[in-house]
Design a binder for this molecule. Structure first.
Ligand code: GLU
Length: 270
């Protein structure tokens, strides 16, 4: 489906792969490319077997289905927080479903469909420790991901004096939290709950329980792709209406005891 910004090279690669498929006698070779996270249990996780599981994966798969793509026609591509706008702009992916908060700053570079989910920023700390209030965060060494709203909120909103280490993924921060190089990992509670519930992390971490922001997750689309955005909005509305949205929430957040907010109203329209 990605023909929008096809460079000469990309076009020739496409021509080659079409030719290869034609030679192999394949049928419909059209695929859709969707950016997700690979290391966020509950939302987007690539398993050791090469499967993709999580709420964002289910939302992405439902949308793809509404756009006419079977699950085996989806190419999932890892889209780390700091790369999302660039990936959409370059045409690396058709759209992104990756705990991607809708913000005015991001809307200067990309468009969003949705929102389809609401989360809140929180801190993940070592079990047995506590952070009594927002002011106390200023005394901590935090880890978050570069290019995320989580890192920006710390610096611009609620803890400008905190030490903030910015890494490429939240799972890298988790290692720092475990071995004591940072006091807390900060991002959306939906993501943190997934880490805390992982089997290998049982009893190790806990959420501080501070609702530090409202994060409205949107589906990122390349700037100006309004038709695609509208089709995705219709798909999200259908997923909610048919109950598949609620089923996915229960399946993916239930095991982490994460109490998800109800489906938000879709606002990203003209
Ligand atoms: N929802 C926040 C954001 O879009 C944090 C999670 C993430 O980095 O994906 O930046």
């Amino acid at each position: 489906m990605r023909l929008r910004k096809a460079s000469a090279l990309a076009a020739s690669v496409l021509a080659l792969s079409l030719a290869a498929t034609a030679c192999g006698g394949g049928g419909d070779d059209d695929t859709i490319s969707i950016g997700i996270k690979y290391d966020q249990p509950g939302l987007g996780l690539k398993t050791p077997d090469g499967d993709y599981v999580g709420f964002d994966v289910d939302v992405a798969t439902f949308i793809a289905g509404e756009l006419g793509y079977e699950p085996d026609q989806i190419d999932f591509v890892e889209s780390p927080s700091g790369d999302r706008e660039t990936m959409l702009d370059r045409g690396d992916v058709d759209f992104i479903v990756a705990s991607y908060s809708i913000t005015d700053e991001r809307k200067e570079q990309v468009d969003f469909a949705g929102p389809y989910f609401v989360a809140h920023q929180d801190l993940l700390i070592r079990d047995g420790e506590s952070v009594p209030n927002v002011e106390a965060i200023n005394d901590l060494t935090l880890c978050s991901v570069g290019g995320s709203t989580s890192a920006a909120n710390v610096q611009e909103e609620f803890a400008p004096d905190a030490q903030l280490e910015q890494l490429g993924t939240y799972s890298e921060c988790l290692t720092g939290l475990e071995n004591g190089t940072v006091d807390a990992l900060t991002t959306d509670d939906s993501i943190l709950a997934g880490y805390a519930a992982q089997e290998q992390n049982q009893g190790k971490f806990a959420l501080a329980g501070l609702e530090l922001s409202d994060e409205y997750y949107g589906v990122g689309v390349p700037k100006g792709e309004t038709e695609l955005r509208d089709d995705i909005n219709a798909a999200i509305a259908k997923m909610v209406e048919e109950g598949a949205w609620q089923d996915a929430v229960e399946e993916h957040f239930g095991p982490a005891n994460y109490d998800a907010e109800p489906a938000p109203e879709i606002t990203e329209t003209d």
